[in-house]
Write a protein that binds this ligand. Sequence first.
Ligand code: NAD
Ligand code: TYD
Length: 358
Amino acid sequence: MILVTGGAGFIGGNFVLDWIANSDEAVVNLDKLTYAGNLETLSSLSGSAKHVFVRGDIGASDLVDKLLLEHKPRAIINFAAESHVDRSIHGPEDFVQTNVLGTFRLLESVRGYWSGLPADQRAAFRFLHVSTDEVYGSLSPTDPAFTEENTYEPNSPYSASKAASDHLVRAWHHTYGLPVLTTNCSNNYGPFHFPEKLIPLMIVNALAGKPLPVYGDGMQVRDWLYVKDHCSAIRRVLDVGKLGETYNVGGWNEKPNIEIVKTVCALLDELKPRADGKRYAEQISYVADRLGHDRRYAIDARKLERELGWKPAETFDSGIRKTVEWYLANGEWVRNVQSGAYREWVQKQYASEVKGAT
Ligand code: NAD
Ligand code: TYD
């Protein structure tokens, strides 16, 4: 079996669902269930013998040691992290705690387990660390996209904490020989995305008749990948990736934020027109920019294509349509994840800018 951490979050949850649908191998899913972890995402797996959920922290060494000995996974995929840049600006400590210290403790538990395995299992074992393109910093409009050779220049508390975790993973390979793989992916979107991030926030606010808060001039560029394509890339790297290597994952879909927001509005105009006949784009509201806001990210995913034969299956047009349709069909999931903690966050982040954003 495999051990997935953070498997109740957005990407981890999609990964667990896809894995169980496509493989006979069981998953142990270790997740702390922070505000971002939602068991609702995994409700279709209830009763499945292929999914063992354990609530816990990747930094809880005793628990992780016990889980490793009990389940003897052949691989670990580490999704667990604090992942939201805006939250990292308001409160960086949780990011250092989980992304840096948590990853360190997890690596130490895994090293202990791995070094006690018989030689053949030790050789076959994999630790795949899921990371982000944000570790490379910000690009100018004319810079080439990030390759695996780019230097690390993280700018936010989030990206700095992820960069630190990537360095730890690299060092555990170089120093102890731990068989690791690292993926650095661009912005994901798709089903089960917590509505604090750009795309789901815009869909949810639009449908609720609330303002659509665009930071600064809205011309910051992100490179978007449909979440299921990220999951297929991770499976590919896990299967045939070269030990100690890093792989950039992206969809060749660079877009300014304002274009994303207008695309979401246009899809909603088509699929669920406003009752008053007006356009959703009328809800767009420019608000103060994010502190230290990175201007542009872009991923060069040619290494993954050339060496491991991976390509995304979705275009942006097909993926964003599926995503909007999913949110329209899954209002109950959205309502269930909008807990009191979620409402408090939205109040804190947008209260001074967008009245009534909660
Ligand atoms: P998410 O915030 O939706 O989910 C994170 C999950 O980790 C949650 O279920 C949470 O409960 C769990 N978690 C947090 N701290 C934990 C801890 N100490 N121990 C155990 N579980 C803990 O994040 P996501 O968007 O699914 O991102 C998953 C991973 O992918 C992260 O490492 C992130 O840095 C990386 N990533 C995300 C994106 C993106 O666009 N979302 C892009 C590239 C890389
Ligand atoms: P986000 O989804 O938070 O991902 P990241 O910061 O990791 O790229 O934000 C994507 C982009 O959208 C980013 O440039 C910030 C911008 N943004 C807004 O303009 N308004 C919002 O309300 C949010 C959440 C993000």
